[in-house]
Design a protein around this ligand. Structure first.
Ligand code: PLP
Length: 406
């Protein structure tokens, strides 16, 4: 059996119509299939490959660490240089109150850990989250995501959860002295790139201070330069009590983290001891890869280029069938008529178009809660030439698809 047959036979599906593109190689902003066809990657592993696929510094760091040690002991018991060095680098680039890093395996686990932390620190159980938000697929994270269609199939979920809308000042009254925390994304990704107003974010911060509620910001998709600054929260001029990181955190290897003050974090280590534990969280390979990726991001000043590249995308993504393009840095949503059109555009981009320099193909995707939008989250070091080529393919696919649908 070939890989395609084995994929269908033995890999548990997550959808009934997977893209099923056979990947043989990935480099920079390109993916290659098993026939050697190249695709410009506008998804970057869904906001993971901010420094591109297989950045040489990341690959070198993984190789070096693989020669020293892999897994040695569960998280937190022995001193592993990759973990402590990465935690030191992260906290050097964060406010003083975010000085303690708990490394997990994934974003959802960081969300779970942060919710437990908020319960311990405040002694409260109520949790607020936002409509349209996505925080992961485990049962706790699923309980707080902001879309009933996705939650409902798995009820009963966590009790004591309430959802509020972005920018609704009225709803801030739901944050009370009974609320352990509110969790939100500074830019809602799966909602189709929805950005709250700074005034509301500041009012939210104030209300949390008044009530002793922890403000938890999920920067799992937003972090690491995606919006043009290293972290998204700095653009709102607020500091969260807990910051959640994942995706680009591991430079292409699995890694998540929740970050808070040492004072708060200690509550997970006592009464009971081992209040939050993980075997593989902060795996040494993931930590060296993540640290090398963050160093490359900073050394090559990738966040500084984000605004210019965003503007280039916006200037090229023009067509009557495009209803809107929403963006925050290199996180973009192209709004089209409906999900059918979106799916056809994605398929046509994969098939490709004959441009001046030959056949060009583009890899793109859709969003969970914005089915009429195409998702663009390319590596931050995508070149201007790649952006131009990718947009030409996108526009050709939109042209072809909208012709059919007229
Ligand atoms: N939070 C946000 C904003 C996400 O986008 C995701 C994943 O897409 C998660 C949390 C969950 O991360 P993971 O898939 O690593 O569990």
């Amino acid at each position: 059996m070939n890989d395609r047959q084995l994929f269908q036979k033995h890999l548990a599906p997550t959808s009934l119509e997977p893209m099923a593109l056979p990947i043989s190689k990935a480099k920079g902003s390109s993916l290659f299939d098993d026939e050697g066809n190249e695709y410009i990657d506008l998804i970057g592993g869904i906001s993971v490959c901010n420094v591109g696929h297989c950045h040489p510094k990341v690959v070198a760091a993984i190789k070096e660490q693989a020669e020293k040690y892999l897994h040695v002991m569960v998280y937190g018991e022995v001193i592993q240089s990759p973990q402590v060095q990465y935690a030191a680098l992260l906290t050097r680039h964060l406010p003083e109150t975010l000085n303690s890093v708990y490394f997990t395996n994934s974003g959802a686990e960081a969300v779970e850990g942060a919710m437990k932390l908020a319960k311990r620190v405040t002694g409260r159980t109520e949790i607020l989250a936002c409509h349209n938000s996505y925080h992961g697929s485990t049962q706790g994270a699923l309980s707080i995501i902001g879309d009933e269609y996705w939650r409902n199939a798995y009820r009963p979920l966590l009790p004591d959860i309430r959802h509020v809308w972005h920018n609704d000042f009225e709803s801030l009254r739901y944050i009370t002295t009974k609320t352990a925390c509110i969790i939100l994304e500074p830019v809602q990704a799966e909602g189709g790139v929805l950005v709250p107003d700074t005034a509301w974010m500041k009012a939210l911060r104030e209300r949390c201070d008044e009530t002793g509620t922890l403000l938890i910001l999920d920067e799992i998709q937003v972090g690491f330069g995606r919006t043009g600054s290293l972290w998204g929260f700095t653009q709102f001029d607020i500091i969260p009590d807990v910051l959640l990181l994942g995706k680009a955190l591991g430079g292409g290897l699995p890694l998540g983290a929740f970050i808070a003050s040492q004072e708060k974090m200690v509550s997970l280590a006592d009464k009971p001891v081992l209040g939050h534990i993980t075997t593989f969280g902060g795996h040494p390979l993931s930590c060296v890869a993540g640290k090398a990726a963050m160093e490359a991001l900073l050394e090559e000043k990738m966040p500084d280029e984000v605004f210019k590249k965003e503007q280039l995308f916006l200037s090229l993504l023009k067509h009557p069938a495009i209803k809107a393009v929403r963006s925050k840095g290199l996180m973009m949503a192209i709004e089209l008529a409906d999900f059918e059109v979106v799916k056809n555009v994605i398929t046509n981009c994969l098939k490709g178009y004959e441009l001046e320099n030959g056949m060009s193909r583009v890899f793109t995707d859709w969003f969970l809660f914005a089915p009429n939008c195409i998702r663009l989250v390319p590596p931050l070091n995508i070149t201007e030439a790649e952006i131009r080529k990718a947009c030409a393919v996108l526009i050709s696919a939109i042209e072809k698809t909208s012709d059919i649908h007229q």
